[in-house]
Every structure is written in structure tokens, then in C-alpha cells.
Design a protein around this ligand. Structure first.
Ligand code: ZN
Length: 324
């Protein structure tokens, strides 16, 4: 009988998740390994030990596993499955994790960008179930996306496709961490939005937004901006409105290009709710054609903070499907 289970690995900046799922998508075991400031030579062997422990606890052996999936942060080398320089864990440089797991586990697997894995997870387990055309946007510190068209993940020639956070929305605009100027993420990513407001207020330590953030300019973050908007602080409201327009502009490009059935939105959409989504929806008709907009539902992630628990196994399930 063919192997009826898959393994998933989710490599986060503070935790590394290991999970086992049935091939029809039921999670049967998960464990998390602390991964803050770790060295790969310590963590890689532990991944194998945890895998064997989870298998034993479920009464399984490696022979029961069809394949594995790795959900990894970019930048990375997706062609060779190498973590090149993850920004949240500087000790993990040039780690050939795909080959390591292939050799150690004696089975095949895949290496995917974590935003792609988010889309696959929503597709198998969340708001994208039954949809053949949808996008998942991460929308938290940064902005990433996974694009599914006609039921398949879009990776493109470089395997790096789907980097919608780095579509340039403003010519010669704000410097982005990626090196370009004017990227979508430089305006609507949580970190960039907070830094821009900190810069604006650097000579104004008594401004109400600084007080809302607890008194220190460097503590202004999306939570403080949201609070200030709820208190109808004028500068925060102007920043919020500009973010909504930039989000609408980006969504408009994606909707007119791909005509998805759903845009599934990560953190900000479910953590902030209508205050975040309503102004975007108000501006969207200025940036899309009505027939494409009418065909597209804009919804928050269903998996929310649980999405990482499903990311690796979703990559494995997709790998299995693409192979069949
Ligand atoms: Zn960029």
C-alpha cells in the first residue's frame, strides 16, 4: 500500500515546527523546537530526532511517509533548497536543508517560500478550500503572497514568483529593505509603516501618537497606529488612509491581472478587522474593473495564527499532488 502520511517542517524565526499529516490533510502530530539564535548544526539533528519521536508516538515508521515539505523564509535558493540568508536568524547562512532532510530521512521532499506555503495551507485547510484561483497575502511585518491559479501554485521561471510586496507602486518612492524604491511593502508592511511614522515624528516627542505608543518614538508600531486611529488622531488617520489607498492600488493590480475568486488576507485583516478592511474596500473600485471586483471575495485568513502549523505539511501535500 502507498504511504499514507506526509511530514511538514516550518522554519520560523523563533520556533521550528515539525508536523505529521495524513495525505487527506488530518494533522496527527506536531511539535515545536525553539529556534531563536540557534545554530543549524544543533537544530538539524534535532529535527530528525523530533521527527522519529513523533512517528513513534503515532505508531508509524519512515516507511509510512510519502514525502516531506519545508516552509522557509526568503531570501533563499529555492532551486537547490538552500536557506541563504534568512533575515530573522543570521546564523543560518547557506544551509542546504532540502538535501540534508532527503539524505537523513531517505525520502523526497520540497522547499517552498513561507508565503507560498501559507497559500497552500489556506487552500488545503482554510479559506481557499474548493477555490482554484486565489491569492494569500501575509500582511504583517512584511508583505508576501502565494498565488494559486487554475489550482496550481505559481512559482515562475526563477521559482521566486509571487513577491507582490515588491511591486513598485511609487516611482522613486520610499526605500525598501529589498533595495528597490517605492515597493508596496515599503508603504503597507507593518515594519516599514511604523518606521516611516517614527521618522515623521522624530522631532516631535510630545505628539499624541508617541504618547499612545508609551512615550518612546521607537516603540511606535502598527498596534500604536491602530490605537491612534481608533482615537481619531488626525495624523494617524491620514497615514491609515494612505495605507488603505496603497493596499487598494496593489489589490487592484492583482485582481485585474489574475481575476481571483478570493484574496485571502493574513494578520492585519483578522487582527484589526473592519477598521483595516473597510477603507481598502471603499477605494478598490478606483483600481479595478467592476466585473473582476465583483468576482472576487476579500476575506481574512481562516487559519490565522495556526497557519504555520499547516505550512510544511501543505507544501508536502502539494508536492505529492504535483508529482502524481
Ligand atoms: Zn521591496
Amino acid at each position: 500500500m502507498a504511504a499514507q502520511y506526509v511530514l511538514g517542517y516550518d522554519i520560523g524565526g523563533t520556533k521550528l515546527g515539525v508536523g505529521i499529516s495524513t495525505v487527506d490533510g488530518k494533522l496527527i502530530g506536531t511539535e515545536r523546537i525553539p529556534n531563536k539564535d540557534t545554530r543549524p548544526e544543533d537544530v538539524l539533528p534535532e529535527m530528525i530526532a523530533v521527527t522519529d519521536r513523533l512517528l513513534a508516538a503515532a505508531g508509524l515508521t519512515r516507511q509510512d511517509i510519502d514525502c516531506f515539505g519545508i516552509s522557509a523564509p526568503f531570501p533563499a535558493d529555492p532551486v537547490n533548497g538552500i536557506m541563504t540568508a534568512p533575515t530573522n536568524n543570521p546564523k543560518w547562512r547557506n544551509v542546504p536543508i532540502l538535501d540534508f532532510l532527503r539524505e537523513q530521512l531517505g525520502m523526497d521532499g520540497c522547499f517552498e517560500n513561507d508565503a507560498n506555503c501559507g497559500a497552500l495551507a489556506e487552500g488545503f485547510f482554510g479559506a481557499g478550500r474548493g477555490c482554484r484561483d486565489f491569492l494569500y497575502l501575509t500582511m504583517s511585518t512584511g508583505i508576501g503572497a502565494g498565488v494559486i491559479t487554475n489550482g496550481r501554485l505559481v512559482r515562475g521561471r526563477s521559482l521566486c514568483g509571487g513577491e507582490v510586496g515588491h511591486m513598485v507602486l511609487v516611482n522613486n518612492g520610499r526605500q525598501c529593505a529589498c533595495g528597490q524604491r517605492g515597493c508596496y511593502e515599503a508603504y503597507c508592511g507593518g515594519r516599514a509603516a511604523a518606521l516611516a511614522l517614527q521618522e515623521l515624528l522624530k522631532d516631535n516627542p510630545d505628539h499624541p501618537i508617541v504618547q499612545i505608543a508609551g512615550g518612546r518614538i521607537e516603540d511606535i508600531d502598527m498596534v500604536a497606529i491602530e490605537k491612534a486611529v481608533r482615537m481619531e488622531e488626525p495624523m494617524a488617520m491620514a497615514v491609515w488612509d494612505d495605507m488603505a489607498r496603497k493596499n487598494a492600488q496593489a489589490f487592484g493590480i492583482l485582481i485585474n491581472t489574475l481575476s481571483p475568486e478570493k484574496l485571502i488576507l493574513g494578520t492585519f485583516a483578522w487582527a484589526i478587522g473592519d477598521l483595516y478592511l473597510d477603507p481598502i474596500k471603499k477605494y478598490l473600485p478606483e483600481y479595478t474593473w467592476p466585473q473582476m471586483l465583483e468576482a472576487c471575495e476579500i476575506v481574512p485568513s481562516e487559519l490565522r495564527r495556526e497557519i504555520s502549523a499547516y505550512a510544511g505539511v501543505a507544501a508536502a501535500l502539494n508536492f505529492r499532488q504535483e508529482r502524481i
